[in-house]
Design a protein around this ligand. Structure first.
Ligand SMILES: Nc1ncnc2c1ncn2[C@@H]1O[C@H](COP(=O)(O)OP(=O)(O)OP(=O)(O)O)[C@@H](O)[C@H]1O
Ligand SMILES: [Mg+2]
Length: 475
């Protein structure tokens, strides 16, 4: 059977999975949009600082600077302006460079003529800048491992200089936006967690609301399966579950009516067959008295009496099997019960010259209907005795086997061949001339009604072992 997944789990899955997916999808989208807009904002800010730097320094001032001029007044002047702008705007670094990415001024200590290798990654943006447009780079990781972005703007070319800009300003700004994003992520996460918890709680309430009547129906159906046809099943809603409840109740009512008819029929048989049988026995007895001395006719009467006796047994067994009541369970020591069975069978065993012993050294408590369980053990014991020849041996055993009590009947008789073994528990299967074939069917039903199992182990000529397992009662 496939693994049972409760409807409650399925419902929770059906509601929570889309919710999780939606929250995750919206969360990622919101995060992406926030990141994009923060990044663009930073780009714009850095570009405008670069434009301010490009305006603060005149192109001709920078043009004249040569490597080694770091200590010159002109350079210090340029650097002062850039540093002031840097401090006023809170960016990390401002620098000037030419189209070969060579430094022409820097708020840091890079000498004139040194290369900005980091700018190699921004080649396409620099193309735009030296064509006259301001631009910003993508985010990049700086030497300190933090995220940075750069803004670039060209310095205005000299008046009358028709060529493209020869110097541009670059501004590096730390992407502290990342911290803002982390804050945003935390808020997003907290909101999603709160939303999911709420949805989860709501789903559980709704799922329970839906599955409660189903569980009630499951219990009702199980009760019907166990033979309790008395409890009415009422529909509590006007939906499919309500319809199912009504259908189940109709079925229960029909089964109860059928059961009633069957019981009436059985009562009819009990009356219509048993009474004439009694009469026939009586008249056979009278005939026996009247034929006293006529041995040949008396033999015929004896035959009639034996057949009548068998018929009575069959009718009684049949009625007992068909009208068996539901077991009334009481705590009982199965070992005691087995000793009672031993006492009942002892005379039969002695007559058949079969050894009969009980092996039940310890108490073993079970919840059982004592007359029914005694009946089952008697059937097993009788079968075992019937299977044995004189000199055979039957052992009635009782032991505790974990959470179960193991009752066994072992014999040294003729055994059962595999093909018969499959049929012996079906009603009316018998190999005995005077058997009804109801003994083991009875045992199987009693085992089932007690929440237990019956099993047989046998090989032809090797005897048989019947094992009845019942749930153990903790004492
Ligand atoms: N211990 C056993 N050894 C060998 N065969 C057995 C044993 N127990 C049962 N059987 C076989 O199973 C058949 C069915 O047994 P079951 O007790 O149901 O009916 P029965 O003994 O034939 O008749 P009755 O209804 O009188 O008990 C028997 O006829 C016999 O063939
Ligand atoms: Mg039997």
């Amino acid at each position: 059977m496939s693994r049972r997944v409760p409807i409650l789990t399925k419902l929770l899955g059906a509601t929570l999975l889309p919710t999780v997916a939606t929250f995750a999808g919206f969360g990622l989208l919101a995060h992406y949009i926030a990141r994009r807009s923060l990044e663009e904002g930073l780009g714009r800010r850095l570009t405008s600082v670069a434009q301010a730097a490009a305006l603060a320094v005149r192109s001709e001032q920078v043009d004249l600077l040569q490597p080694g001029d770091e200590e010159s007044r002109a350079y210090r002047n340029v650097r002062r302006k850039l540093t002031e702008l840097r401090d006023a705007t809170g960016v990390q670094r401002i620098y000037l460079f030419d189209p070969t990415a060579t430094s022409r001024g820097d708020t840091e200590t890079l000498p004139i003529g040194a290369r900005y290798y980091a700018l190699d990654a921004a080649r396409s943006e620099l193309g735009l800048v030296f064509a006259g447009t301001a631009a910003s780079s993508v985010l990049f990781t700086g030497k300190d491992g933090a995220l940075y972005k750069s803004g670039f703007a060209p310095l205005t070319p000299l008046e009358g200089d028709a060529g493209a800009p020869r110097v541009a300003a670059g501004v590096d700004g730390s992407a502290a936006l990342y911290e803002q994003l982390a804050g945003f992520r935390r808020t997003l996460f907290a909101a999603s967690a709160a939303g999911l918890t709420f949805m989860g709680a709501l789903s559980i309430v709704v799922a329970r609301f839906i599955t409660r009547p189903l569980r009630r129906l499951e219990r009702a159906a199980r009760a019907i399966g166990e033979g309790d046809l008395t409890a009415t099943i009422t529909a509590t809603s006007a939906d499919e579950i309500g319809y199912l409840a009504t259908t189940l109740d109709t079925m229960r009512e029909q089964l109860r009516a059928r059961d009633e008819r069957l019981q009436m029929m059985l009562a009819g048989i009990a009356h219509e067959v048993r009474n004439p049988l009694g009469g026939m026995e009586l008249f056979a007895g009278i005939l026996r008295d009247e034929l006293a001395g006529d041995m040949e006719k008396l033999a015929h009467v004896g035959r009639i009496e034996r057949e009548l006796g068998h018929l009575k047994t069959v009718v009684n067994d049949f009625l007992e099997y068909a009208r068996r009541a539901r077991p009334e369970l009481t705590p009982t020591d199965a070992a005691d019960l087995l000793r009672e069975v031993h006492q009942v069978l002892a005379a039969d065993a002695e007559r058949e010259e079969v050894g009969l012993i009980v092996d039940a050294p310890h108490p073993a408590r079970v919840a059982c209907d004592p007359p029914q369980l005694r009946r089952a053990l008697l059937n097993l014991g009788r079968n075992a005795l019937q299977a044995c020849e004189a000199g055979g041996q039957v052992t009635l055993g009782c032991s505790v086997d974990g959470a179960r009590v193991r009752l066994s009947v072992r014999d040294t008789g003729r055994g059962i061949d595999p093909e018969k073994r499959a049929k012996i528990f079906t009603p009316f299967f018998t190999t005995r001339e005077k058997g009804t074939g109801l003994g083991l069917a009875f045992v199987a039903e009693i085992a089932r009604d007690h929440g237990g199992t019956i099993a047989v182990d046998s090989a032809p000529g090797q005897g048989a072992l019947f094992t009845l397992h019942l749930p153990r009662l903790e004492s």
